[in-house]
Design a protein around this ligand. Structure first.
Ligand SMILES: *Cc1c(COP(=O)(O)O)cnc(C)c1O
Length: 322
């Protein structure tokens, strides 16, 4: 089998240079309440305050920045109902190229509107009868578009790694670091930055309990595929890790943990009430897992990646009130 060539920390450094000026250098927040609850020093890297509301802007902008003039003229295509779609649409607009986003017919109206608002052309498909990857490849072939996948792409992984790079630059080395896990772009990129800047830091990926394919893959040594999991963490409803993300995760991550939807809701409530920030369910994965093992974190310096804040306000209200 052909070994794909994996991105390195050097690619993360180059990505950081490419996105500087376009991406926000997001704040690192602390909370006395959390520090007291943990008996530790806890640092939250707040990508809910990134442009378009999630870290995905980093990878998308990095990948699109690397395209040549021909590819820019033809434009890009992505399939996603979530943050990747908005990240590609916004990055394409900023870089002056057309973007086509393939979304399920029943995608939330707010997400469709946000993607169109960033200038993306939305093409709908039926998620029960049509294969979005095939539609994407056909559009790419027919119109010469460049397909940008949401996580399994070296430039996307390198871009996502810039958030962890910024965190370590600000806090210095940490003892433990908790990162949300879907397809693994964020975790793989964070792993490259962690092993370069804080080699002894324990690095954990965190998934929803209902979709623990990453944990199964990590422990068995081969990529495990599952059905789309039922969880409120819609950014982590992926069915499998990637050909590029998995080997990096297997090599550089210490363990994969899981948390329940109820634990995510408790964290959303805490973030809103005590820290005054809106975090989407998927963005709470890292904090929820850290809370579950806080007894073993006493006296340590702990990083938590808060990945995004995109949630419909009515949905947010019903979850935190429930
Ligand atoms: C996409 C996403 C994730 C998961 O990222 P992967 O790179 O797919 O692992 C986590 N949180 C949010 C908010 C996301 O949009």
């Amino acid at each position: 089998m052909n070994q794909p060539s994996l991105p390195t920390y050097d690619d993360v450094v180059q990505a950081a240079n490419r996105i500087a000026g376009a991406a926000n250098r997001t704040p690192v927040l602390t909370s006395r309440t959390v520090n007291e609850e943990f008996g530790a020093e806890v640092f939250f890297k707040c990508e809910n305050m990134q442009r378009m509301g999630a870290f995905k802007f980093r990878g998308a902008y990095n990948a699109l920045s690397k395209l040549g003039p021909e590819q820019r003229r033809a434009g890009v295509v992505a399939f996603s109902s979530g943050n990747h779609a908005q990240a590609i649409a916004l990055s394409a607009r900023l870089l002056g190229m057309p973007a086509t986003i393939i979304m399920p017919k029943d995608a939330p109206a707010a997400k469709v509107a946000a993607t169109q608002g960033y200038g993306g052309k939305v093409v709908f498909y039926d998620r029960y009868s049509e294969d979005r990857e095939r539609i994407g490849r056909e559009l790419a072939d027919r119109h010469g578009l460049t397909l940008i996948p949401p996580y399994d792409h070296a430039d996307v992984i390198a871009g996502q790694g810039t958030a962890a790079k910024e965190l370590f630059e600000e806090t210095g080395a940490l003892d433990a670091f908790f990162v949300c896990l879907g397809g693994g772009g964020l975790l793989a990129g964070s792993a490259l930055a962690t092993r370069a800047l804080a080699p002894r830091c324990a690095l954990y990926g965190v998934e929803p309990e209902a979709g623990n394919d990453g944990q199964q893959s990590f422990r068995s040594g081969a990529i495990v595929h599952i059905d789309t999991p039922k969880t409120i963490a819609d950014g982590a409803q992926t069915q499998h890790l990637g050909e590029l993300t998995f080997p990096i995760i297997r090599r550089d991550v210490d363990d994969i943990l899981t948390v329940s939807d109820e634990e995510l809701v408790q964290c959303m409530r805490f973030f809103a009430e005590r820290m005054k920030i809106v975090v989407e369910p998927t963005g709470c994965l890292g904090f929820a897992a850290a809370r579950n093992m806080k007894d073993s974190l006493k006296g340590k310096r702990v990083g938590i990646l808060v990945s995004g804040g995109n949630i419909d306000l009515a949905r947010f209200a019903s979850l935190v009130a429930g």
